[in-house]
Design a protein around this ligand. Sequence first.
Ligand SMILES: [Zn+2]
Length: 322
Amino acid sequence: MRFGTAEAAPGELVTGVIEIGHDNILPLVSPVMLARGALPGPRLYIQCLIHGGENVGPIAAARFLRSLDLKTFKGSIAALMVANPLGQRAHSRLTPQDGTNLNRIFPGSATGSVGEQLVHRLLALAGEHGGDAVLDLHSGGELTITAFYVIYDNKFDGPAQRASKALSAQIGSRYQWGASEDWMDGTFLTHVTRTHGKTALIIESGGGARVREEDLANFSTALQGAARALGMIEGEPPIATDIRRGGNAVHVKCTKGGFWDCKVEPGQDMVGGHIMGQMVDLYGNVVETIRCPAAQGWVGSIRRPWMPLYAGDQVVEVVERL
Ligand SMILES: [Zn+2]
């Protein structure tokens, strides 16, 4: 079994690289890990760092793969560790060379800009190696802090969407968000689901320019849960209680620049009018109070507290509660 230069015999965990694009010097490569159980079984594909700086995912994925007992493991896991090497080098969620957000421009193009070519290749790799399920690991990166939530494609009602929803309930997250918004049309997730017909989830936790053990633990729960749900390892997947479902998200922005004094936590329940934070100027004056615009919602993500922001920057992602 091969993934890039990594070649695994039954019972082996191997590392290597794979070519995913070209820059002006050499081919762009991503590190890869391939874990192959001693026993045959399902194939799981994990993608990390399509947004540079979202470092919780690859750290958690490497830990998880190294923790597996491959003598009893059924099937294989292929992990693409850096889907956006240009952004990762710059600590940026974007691709600096062409300004693209890779997770908004799928399916990309083999003849497009460097970012468009990257996503074209990423989609092909997921189709080839995606097997039975695909997990796209995110966090808030440098600028944002997210709740431990899971997203599946909810725009259409098909077998891949239903399987994705079922898997989303087995990774231990209580924030289970079936998204149908238009921005989802350009994501890796929806193209894996709609083009390749595969079970696929986005999983997020943490960010804010740091990696906490709590977020690594969330990803460990999620990855183990997915492996259990797929029958790769023994045990029941974790079932979260007190579930929060999500509808559309409202990306709340400040209208005044200043320091962002955030008053809410990722995952927190809110009702309309709840004060989410305030903008404070350099003299210490409160220049704007920011309230929850949804009648009922939960905090999907917050901009990093006390970050200096421009007018018009996003401060809170409010997910409408269903
Ligand atoms: Zn991301």
